[in-house]
Design a binder for this molecule. Structure first.
Ligand code: HXC
Length: 520
């Protein structure tokens, strides 16, 4: 009988070890994961990445603790799968917590595996995606697992604004563990399986006596509609991974690069007559700002961010003339497009993201002002509204604004005006740029005459119309050069393409400083 060469036996051993590692916590645990309607870490990664491009790292890392009761429990790879591959043919790093091994809990070894890919992503200037499905800190490892979380949070913070960081919540994410996703740029959640909270329902019941289900407390809908923690939600994991892949296609690999150019050289004479009839004749009638946005971007294609949160402002990624742009638009269809706390914070974060990653910002303005009321004042609309102002003022990327209808008061200044270093400000003839709306202005300026019923030489309606003609139009602002051009709505796309093309090599900077002090 021929003796098998040593080299073959070594390769066989490697195969066996690999196969063991690939099974994670074993078939029984995999079946349990599937029975909960969840995919395994490796199934997830194979759907997220382009076919056969994922390269796994550290499959033989094992838990390090020698303490009871983990002494003899040394699953190969521990509770996370890490590595790199290609998404739409661009380098991307990822880690996927493996719930089949000790509930995906974060041990010292898990932490060091995650940190290794985070470091590689930062060094190579490529995005990183974290797939979260974990029972949190590995209880048996105590402070070592807390240290691991600290190491991850630090890297999330240092990578912020350097490489895009994306979190996907595909299982539990509880306690301090939520803060890694919270620091990343975008959080995706899948309905029914992803849950995030600082303290679970049991603790809430014990401390406050409140009863709440896991899903109501921290499910995808809660975070997409109420808290704003989730930027995107999906019904299935497959759909979620497709959205992540699409999002990444809009983004540059890092803060030193531009987004990929996708498409053909644009037609600079593009017109769309439908744009002229979107804004209703009646100033108080609403319309959907997305109807304007889709008509001016490439292929009518928008990827709305935070679609369900603070719908009175719309933020979206898209392309104009082949290059990625960030769109921000007041939404007259919801609360008349007023700026409130949530809308200010939502848009401020988006503007800062775009600025960090060299994505020009196009702003669509139709805003009656900031929302009045005790709720807003007590909630801190002053400091939250200031965030949006700060974000626009600080941003050095190309900034183009289009005044569509109302641009009143402080909200006019905030929404990318010239006064905050807006580069090109355009207006439709329907724009009303003024301190406030005509009715409110007439009520104040002519208060005496109106309240004392002194017979006015003109009716209130006539005064309102006079104010509208004199002030609530784009031409006063244009006469001061605060608008660069008043344009025919049908030619909007062509104007945006030209402005963005002109601004392509824009360079602007901030005074030297460690960092500013945005009103948090
Ligand atoms: C070690 C854990 C674990 C953990 C789960 N497991 N969480 N092992 N440390 N944190 C193990 C379980 O013992 C079980 O092992 C396996 O994972 C699957 O867990 P199940 O309970 O069977 O699953 P399920 O019913 O789906 O419940 C999932 C769960 C629950 C809701 C996550 O396991 C749970 O409540 N775990 C504890 C969560 C927690 O309190 N974590 C600490 C949070 S504080 P076997 O061997 O039976 O398969 C924290 C601080 C972070 O994380 C601080 C950062 C700054």
């Amino acid at each position: 009988m021929a003796i098998e060469p040593e080299s073959n036996r070594r390769v066989e051993r490697l195969q066996t070890l690999r196969e063991q590692s690939q099974l994670g916590g074993g078939q029984e645990k995999i079946d349990r994961q599937h029975s909960k309607g969840k995919l395994t870490a490796r199934e997830r990664l194979s759907l997220l990445f382009d076919d056969n491009t994922f390269t796994e790292l550290d499959p033989f890392v094992t838990p390090r603790t020698n303490d009871f009761p983990l002494k003899d429990n040394r699953p190969s790879g521990d509770a996370v799968v890490t590595g790199y591959g290609r998404i739409r043919n661009r380098l991307t790093f990822a880690y996927a917590q493996d719930f089949t091994i000790m509930g995906g809990s974060v041990s010292e070894a898990v932490g060091s595996k995650i940190c290794k890919v985070m470091d590689l992503a930062l060094k190579t200037g490529a995005p990183i995606v974290g797939l979260n499905d974990s029972g949190g800190a590995r209880i048996q490892e105590g402070v070592l697992s807390l240290a691991a979380y600290g190491d991850i949070f630090l890297r999330n913070t240092l990578s912020s604004g350097v490489i895009p960081q994306i979190s996907i919540i595909l299982g539990p994410s509880a306690g301090g563990a939520v803060y890694s996703p919270a620091i990343t740029d975008f959080v995706f959640m899948v309905q029914g399986i992803g849950q995030m909270y600082i303290t679970g329902p049991e603790v809430i019941k014990a401390v406050l006596g409140e009863e709440v289900t896991h899903e109501d407390l921290g499910g995808a809908a809660t975070h997409a509609f109420k808290s704003g923690v989730a930027h995107f939600i999906s019904e299935t994991e497959e759909e979620c991974f497709e959205h992540v892949r699409r999002l990444l296609s809009f983004l540059p690999q890092n803060n030193m690069e531009d987004s990929p150019f996708i498409g053909n050289v644009p037609d600079r004479a593009d017109t769309d007559p439908n744009l002229s009839s979107i804004v209703p004749e009646e100033p108080n009638h609403s319309y959907d700002i997305r109807d304007v946005m889709v008509r001016v971007v490439d292929d009518n294609d928008l990827m709305e961010v935070h679609a369900n949160y603070a719908p009175n402002i719309v933020v979206a990624l898209s392309r104009i003339g082949g290059s990625t742009v960030g769109l921000v638009g007041n939404q007259p269809d919801h609360l008349a497009g007023v700026l409130d706390i949530n809308a200010s914070v939502k848009a401020a974060r988006f503007v800062r993201f775009c600025d960090a990653f060299n994505i020009p910002i196009v702003t669509f303005v139709d805003v009656p002002g900031f929302l009045p009321g005790t709720d807003q004042e007590y909630g801190g609309i002053i400091r939250h509204g200031a965030k949006l102002l700060y974000a626009y003022a600080e941003a050095t990327v190309p900034k183009v604004s289009l005044m569509i209808r109302k641009a009143y008061g402080g909200a006019y200044i905030v929404m990318g005006s010239k006064h905050l270093r807006g580069d090109i400000n355009l207006a439709w003839p329907s724009a009303e740029i003024a301190v406030m709306g005509p009715e409110a202005a007439v009520n104040i300026i002519f208060r005496d005459k109106i309240s004392k019923s002194v017979e006015p030489s003109k009716t209130k309606e006539e005064l309102t119309q006079e104010y509208r003609d004199n002030f609530a139009n784009p031409y006063v602002a244009a006469s001061h050069g605060f608008l660069d051009e008043v344009i025919d709505p049908s030619e909007t796309r062509s104007h945006l393409i030209r402005a963005l093309e002109m601004l392509q090599n824009k360079r602007d900077s901030l005074p030297p400083k460690k960092h500013g002090n945005i009103p948090l």
